[in-house]
Design a protein around this ligand. Structure first.
Ligand code: HEM
Ligand code: HEM
Length: 184
């Protein structure tokens, strides 16, 4: 089935949505698996630096996505009750906020620890903050709580998409699937 370009997200928005979906799920798994590596071992340092480096790359992609979104309006909402439209907007906004907070809290926390960041275990970015246990703990806790919040929001997002596909049987998923000449 073909849709008019104005009923689709732009091709760039679609590519960034799916690329980030895959990368974020992988980065969640990575983060939670870090718990399995004993603390104060060289192996943990190596893996943490990989997590930090990939997280920063994901952060840049998130900035690009938000930048793109602000310049390219999404297609008009599909017919649905007003409360569902409001819930969708609110949850999308909350996901964007969490997507910013995840890499930001990780980056800031790393700068209040003497370890700093070693980009892909090659280039060392010396921390610009002091080695402050309390500031680190607050930012690290923000990182952990935001991860849970974002995971819950993604769960709700998936349930909402499933409802559109299985119950409403509308073309919501197709709007985020192919560029169909959407331009850009
Ligand atoms: C890490 C996982 C994901 C995140 C963070 C995420 C985030 C988002 C956000 C923020 C939007 C709003 C786009 C905008 O209006 O700017 C969106 C839209 C959408 N997402 Fe996801 N998403 C994820 C995974 C998925 C998956 C797995 C599916 C499909 C099963 C999906 C299907 C959709 C669809 C269909 C839309 C468009 C809704 C519409 O037409 O208004 N998403 N997603
Ligand atoms: C961009 C997306 C990111 C996601 C989705 C993500 C996700 C996670 C998750 C799920 C954990 C495990 C939390 C827990 O044990 O409860 C974690 C831990 C961690 N993350 Fe990230 N992260 C991201 C980016 C970053 C960045 C950019 C940095 C630093 C530059 C970073 C630094 C860390 C550190 C140091 C830990 C270990 C914390 C500890 O065990 O005390 N993360 N991350």
């Amino acid at each position: 089935m073909k849709f008019f370009a104005t009923q689709q997200f732009t091709r760039t928005a679609i590519v960034l949505h799916w690329l980030l979906a895959v990368l974020l799920v992988g980065q969640f798994a990575f983060g939670w698996l870090l718990d399995a590596i004993p603390r104060n071992t060289p192996a943990r340092g190596w893996w943490i630096n990989q997590h930090k480096s990939i997280g920063l790359v994901i952060g840049l992609l998130i900035v690009l996505r938000i930048f793109w979104r602000l310049r390219h309006a999404p297609p008009p909402a599909l017919p649905m009750p007003a409360w569902q439209r409001r819930a969708a907007s609110a949850s999308h906004l909350a996901m964007y906020a969490c997507m910013v907070l995840m890499p930001l809290s990780g980056y800031l926390a790393s700068n209040f620890s003497k370890h700093g960041i070693k980009l892909f275990n090659t280039v060392r970015l010396a921390p610009w903050g002091s080695d402050d246990k309390l500031v680190y703990a607050v930012l690290n806790q923000t990182h952990k709580v935001t991860a849970v919040l974002l995971a819950v929001l993604i769960g709700v997002h998936l349930l909402a998409v499933a409802k559109h596909v299985l119950v409403d049987r509308d073309r919501l998923l197709a709007r985020m699937w192919r560029g169909a000449g959407a331009g850009g």
